[in-house]
Design a protein around this ligand. Structure first.
Ligand code: FES
Length: 379
């Protein structure tokens, strides 16, 4: 057996994507377009074995996500196993399928933290985006129940051109629900969000207006003890330098898909790179020795302009998945970078955001029928 490369540190974060099943159909979901083809899911025992191995390597935090992780009936058992191993446990949920009874069961199992996502601050837009009329009331009810139970609660809103102008009402709703942390993150363009990018990317004006609102609330918060922490993430499409995606490839983050593929980021499965399965190799071997996890570690793989760039240790050439989606080659610099010869693709998207008139009803929703249709087009 190969010995681990000592320059590579073990993962800190394990994202357990328990399932791709989900009762909602958000058009900005980062799940893969072909999720309908992926029906297999690891069993309870297989997931617990993954947790054990990750914890033995030194991972400290685990996120249960999906799809909608609440559809897994064994969720309390998985939470308990992760907690008993010493993980800090996060549940990342839409709140659909959550009940008071489940909240009690999760608390009893030792769950540390719950993040509930909303689509909008009003029922009509929330329903149009989620594809469910009942979702908004259910989310409100569950956010209150989570809070009443004493959990630290994160409320998450994915922002895009259709809801970013209601950011003041979104923040007011978060205050009313007594969120401890609020994440207002503009769409990251992966999976379904990339498919719908033209209909989702806000304009620069929209972002600037939203930033001003956030700034006003932050000032108000500085003078008050009982308002939530407010995180606002702008889209990298309006940057000139790329993000250091995932804190570096295979550096701190390990994601496992429902059927057991291990990935260095949640989107990497689309890359023309072979990634290993936790059913065939140990996590230790996957993390330190597999081709997929070593593919973009370090700097030797970089072509120009990244190779000689003084900022490469900060941004690692940006996001490999974005480079692949926009240039067809994951080795290229992320086109967000103004030094990239493909940066014009970002400029064109910004321009398009100023002219497009795509309505919510025209977006491609993340559901089985659309996934099957997209799959048939990919074949
Ligand atoms: Fe895959 Fe950025 S999301 S490297």
């Amino acid at each position: 057996m190969n010995l681990p490369d000592t320059a590579v540190k073990p993962p800190l974060w394990l994202l357990a994507e328990l399932t791709y099943r989900c009762p909602l159909q958000c058009p900005y979901c980062s799940n893969p377009l072909d999720f309908a083809r992926q029906e297999k899911e690891l069993t309870t025992a297989q997931w617990i074995e993954v947790f054990k191995q990750a914890r033995a390597m030194g991972a400290v935090q685990i996120g249960f996500s999906g799809g909608e992780p609440l559809v897994r009936k064994d969720l309390p058992e998985l939470i308990r196993a992760a907690r008993d191993l010493g993980f800090y446990t996060n549940l990342i949920t839409s709140g659909i399928g959550l009940t008071q009874k489940k909240i009690d069961a999760f608390a009893e199992a030792g769950l540390d933290h719950i993040q509930i996502s909303f689509q909008a601050s009003d029922e009509v837009l929330n329903a149009a985006l989620a594809g469910s009329k009942k979702a908004f009331q259910q989310k409100l009810e569950m956010a209150r129940a989570v809070k009443a139970h004493g959990y630290p609660m994160v409320l998450n809103f994915v922002l895009h051109r259709h809801n970013i102008d209601q950011i003041d009402r979104i923040i007011e709703l978060c205050i009313e629900l007594e969120a401890d942390d609020v994440e207002l993150a503009t769409c990251q363009f992966y999976g379904w969000a990339q498919l719908n990018r033209e209909g989702l990317l806000p304009t620069r004006d929209q972002i600037e207006r939203a930033e001003a609102v956030v700034h006003r609330y932050r000032e108000k918060m500085a003078a008050s003890d009982n308002l939530a922490n407010l995180l606002f993430v702008t889209p990298d499409y309006y940057e000139e330098r790329p993000k250091g995606c995932m804190g570096g490839w295979g550096a701190i983050f390990l994601s496992v898909t429902p059927e057991g593929t291990a990935l260095p980021c949640h989107s990497a499965r689309q890359l023309p790179v072979q990634f290993p399965s936790v059913l065939e190799q140990s996590l230790q071997d996957i993390w330190f020795n597999s081709f997929g996890f070593n593919r973009y570690r370090g700097f030797d793989w970089m072509p120009e302009p990244c190779r000689s760039c003084s900022e490469k240790e900060k941004d690692f050439g940006g996001c490999r998945c974005q480079a692949f989606m926009l240039t067809g080659n994951a080795d290229n610099a992320d086109p967000v970078c103004s030094k990239s010869e493909h940066h014009h693709k970002i400029l064109e998207a910004r321009e398009q955001a100023n002219c497009t008139n795509i309505q919510v009803s025209q977006l491609q929703f993340r559901n089985r029928a659309n996934s099957e249709r997209v799959n048939s087009q990919l074949i």
